[in-house]
Design a protein around this ligand. Structure first.
Ligand SMILES: *Cc1c(COP(=O)(O)O)cnc(C)c1O
Length: 354
């Protein structure tokens, strides 16, 4: 059912779907047929429309290009066995998009614009939600400036867009991570808790350096002392230490991940003790050495759960316990997948059916 009351829909003439090999999808390179767009001008969201996916025009003086005035989200839609399409916790993404908007002097999004856009776009491109096990449709909502003014000042015109791309089965390989003690991602008082473009560009160089040293990702530490572990690239960081789920508390410098929150809520429902607090690098290293660290993983929309196999610190690699023996992270990964793919009752009300 496509509600076109508020949205002007221009359908594509010839769908590109026939050209896609759903068994072999390169991440982030294949986009579905349509995109959603709305304009913000004179204090209101307006001109809601869906068009064939295509390049957009903008002024070369657009502040998003020069100063990182942009915010984004990442979420996924899953195909169920009965053909239903369900989006995982989109309400949390809207909340976080509006949190980012306030920090970046950008307008908050109306709930109706967000859901009308999301629902109509997904209904139109429903066949783009892949059904091969492990695959999903990645959804990227974002807001950019639409000003033609190069001054460093809040913009007045904006564009909200949603683009989507099918993504392949993400068989998350266990990762090797390096505890970063030189470069900084975020600090107290900064914008690290926002999904804003300007947080990611500066992480590419330290991540590339870690890659060249044989690591998949970094574990960022606090920007003042490099004393506390914070998070990992695009995933939050979680540990099982002495049977407890221990994770750095969120704040200015740690992204408030929806996967992280979901893992915590499941752990609590299962009676697992959860500690959200500052976690010292020294504590993690001591727990590795005395054997009380049982599991370590990253939590994020892309991989859901990425087991950490090796942690490097001060030039030395530490190998963590056998992945097969990691009871909690394996169980929570399966539970989240079962809920997302509709194989288990959605008892928390996390799914939005399209
Ligand atoms: C998006 C993101 C996460 C994970 O958040 P989810 O909502 O679970 O996808 C973690 N850290 C950073 C820096 C991110 O950008």
């Amino acid at each position: 059912m496509i509600d076109t009351q508020n949205i002007h829909v221009q359908k594509i003439e010839n769908s590109k779907i026939g050209q896609v090999d759903f068994n072999n999808i390169p991440f982030g390179k294949v986009y579905s047929d349509h995109m959603f767009m709305a304009d913000y001008a004179e204090g209101d969201w307006k001109n809601l429309n869906i068009n064939p996916y295509a390049p957009i025009e903008m002024s070369p003086a657009n502040p998003s290009l020069h100063y990182g005035v942009s915010i984004f989200e990442g979420l996924k839609a899953y195909k169920h066995e009965n053909g239903d399409v369900a989006v995982f916790r989109p309400d949390k993404n809207l909340e976080r998009l509006n949190f980012s908007a306030r920090r970046m002097c950008m307008p908050e999004l109306d709930e109706s614009v967000y859901y009308d856009g999301l629902d109509t776009l997904l209904a139109l491109d429903k066949q783009w939600v892949p059904s091969v096990p492990g695959t999903a449709l990645y959804i990227r909502p974002f807001v950019i400036s639409d000003d033609d003014y190069i001054g460093v000042t809040p913009s007045v015109n904006f564009k909200f867009m949603i683009i989507t791309c099918p993504v392949g089965a993400y068989y998350a390989k266990p990762v090797r991570v390096k505890i970063e003690t030189e470069f900084v991602r975020a600090v107290k008082g900064g914008s690290g808790a926002c999904k804003t473009g300007c947080n990611y560009g500066p992480t590419l160089y330290p991540a590339q350096l870690a890659k060249s040293q044989g690591y998949d990702q970094l574990i960022w530490t606090d920007g003042r002392e490099h004393k506390y572990v914070e998070e990992s690239g695009t995933m939050n960081l979680m540990f099982i230490i002495n049977g407890k789920l221990v994770t750095p508390e969120t704040g200015d410098s740690i992204l408030n991940g929806i996967t992280r929150r979901s893992v915590i809520e499941l752990a609590q429902a299962w009676g697992v003790e959860v500690e959200e607090r500052k976690v010292e690098v020294a504590e993690v290293m001591a727990a590795i050495k005395d054997g009380s660290l049982q599991e370590a993983f990253g939590a994020g929309t892309a991989a859901t759960i990425a087991h950490i196999e090796v942690i490097a610190y001060e030039g030395k690699d530490y190998t963590l316990p056998d992945i097969a023996k990691r009871e909690f992270s394996n169980k929570v990964l399966k539970e989240l997948d079962d809920i997302k793919y509709g194989n288990k009752e959605d008892q928390f009300g996390w799914l939005r059916k399209i």
